[in-house]
Design a protein around this ligand. Structure first.
Ligand code: ATP
Length: 202
């Protein structure tokens, strides 16, 4: 059986926290591949500080470029309206086939809210999860959520014990807007892309 990881997010921009999450998941859960899927940002949410779908896609492609196990998909960017995770996962399951097991990869912050997502029951019964710790979460809160979810849905969850990287895209956008360096937070190719395209300057 093939094992595929799905890593969704806005990736505005992609950073070392995302890359480490994908690479750790490949290693710890023995995945064949991780597909990163940038979400479409709705037009009414578009603001000058945010990058277009095309720019976000290109930056992920640059960041994933050298890694054989990480790819990027345009699927959500090409959908009309809000792309709910359950629809994306249905599509991916169909695309990869029934002999593939899908693992949805998230940071602790996203996982804590997952049972409020659209069609949570389908999400938590049909797919497996890989959780990467991220600074700022409370261990007891995570344990409690994990217990509740596995008790209710019998979900398979792999909790990774990874090095926590205190990086967020918000922090990167703020640094760029303030004219400060971000070279320790994103790969050099992404840094160059942001500079050349004048992203996040506001
Ligand atoms: P923003 O600051 O704009 O909210 P973000 O840095 O949180 O963005 P997202 O695109 O929202 O990035 O994140 C996509 C996924 O990656 C989410 O599941 C999130 O939990 C996870 N993630 C983001 N940054 C990290 C990090 N530093 N460590 C572990 N997981 C992370």
């Amino acid at each position: 059986m093939k094992r595929i990881g799905i890593l969704g997010g806005t990736f505005d921009p992609v950073h070392y926290g995302h890359i480490a999450l994908a690479e750790d998941a490949v290693r710890e859960a023995n995945l064949d591949e991780v597909v990163m899927i940038p979400a479409r940002i709705q037009p009414f949410k578009q603001d000058r500080e945010y990058a277009s779908g095309e720019d976000r896609f290109n930056m992920i492609a640059l960041a994933a470029g050298k890694n054989d196990h990480v790819t990027v998909s345009r699927y959500e960017l090409e959908q009309e309206g809000v792309s709910y995770t359950y629809l994306t996962l249905r599509h991916m399951q169909e695309f990869f086939g029934e002999d593939t097991r899908l693992f949805f990869i998230t940071g602790t912050d996203s996982f804590l809210k997952i049972d409020t997502w659209r069609n949570a029951e389908e999400l938590l019964t049909k797919y497996s999860y890989i959780i990467g710790t991220r600074p700022g979460y409370r261990q007891d809160e995570y344990r409690e959520a994990l217990q509740r979810i596995t008790d209710t849905y019998g979900t398979e969850v792999i909790s990774m014990h990874k090095t926590e990287l205190d990086i967020s895209a918000t922090q990167i956008r703020e640094l760029v807007a303030a004219g400060k360096p971000i070279d320790e937070l994103v790969p050099p190719e992404v840094n160059r892309y942001i500079e050349e395209h004048g992203l996040y300057r506001v």
